[in-house]
Design a binder for this molecule. Sequence first.
Ligand code: PRT
Ligand code: ZN
Length: 299
Amino acid sequence: MDTPPRLKLAIQKSGRLTDNSLDLLVRCGLKYSRAKDQLLCFGENMPLDVLLVRDDDIPDLVQEDVCELGIVGLNVVEEKRLGFRARGVEPLFEQVMTLDYGRCRLSVALPEDQRYDGPASLAGRRIATTYPNILARWLADRGVAAQVVTLSGAVEIAPRLGRADLICDLVSTGSTLAANHLREVETVLESQAVLIRTPVPVAEEKREWMDRLVKRMDGVQQVRESKYIMLHAPREALPLIASLLPGSEHPTIVPLEGTTEKVAVHAVCRENVFWETLESLKAAGASAILVLPVEKMLP
Ligand code: PRT
Ligand code: ZN
């Protein structure tokens, strides 16, 4: 019997994106067993193998067609893409969708006791970064001739060591910058985890699974924020109540036994439903309001 060809997806082995990426796959229905060397998760109920690697290697694995899919930060994807282009190599990875985790920004920061007078004031200054291609493009777009100092890590201490005047590094909470007396002055790139795929055509069976997986990921993401809301509403208040339901397009209106003045309203809200929304609904005449989590959704 022929074994079906198996899709390969690369994710970060151990780091900020690992838990969320595995959790996303489990929510997509994947059951896996992890190989002894910890480098591969074997999909038991899908023809899918998950390779666990360093995040910097993920675009290369897709580029070389070792993996059809990868999950990695947009910052890494962009840096690789520009790096390939600079070497005259066509990048062979496409962004399929953004994922709702790994959010951060690549920012320029300078010692907090120094003045900042806009991008033009960076001319002739040394900026330390592990993202030289993204930074160089940002500077070029603004016509600024600064010196990019490429480091492999510990960027935040470069100004103190006299290796650079400023830095360009990833920031999420900002506490690393604060601890190093640095002030964020420009956002170079907003980033989050993204799903990338090879543009090279893949065998029919693999493609079907790829499409299914992408649809399921999309469904999982929509569900995370979504809520199912049920309430009773006076008929005349329906337009106002419908306008208060966050991210819901067509609520279902159901008649209520024994009354013509009130109806039941059911709706999927694609945004979180906060207490403030419930209070506004109540003020608009709604009663018996119920908010339920959505388990699965196939758009
Ligand atoms: O070993 P491997 O190469 O796989 O891991 P890595 O050390 O290169 O990556 P890792 O796990 O640190 O980050 C993986 C991805 O998470 C990054 O490529 C980003 O897309 C995303 N991400 C989200 C972040 C951050 N937030 C983040 N805060 N990556 C790094 N940081 C670092 C930043 O470089 C700085 O040192 O955290 C520090 C700043 O954090 P705050 O909270 O103090 O601002
Ligand atoms: Zn890395």
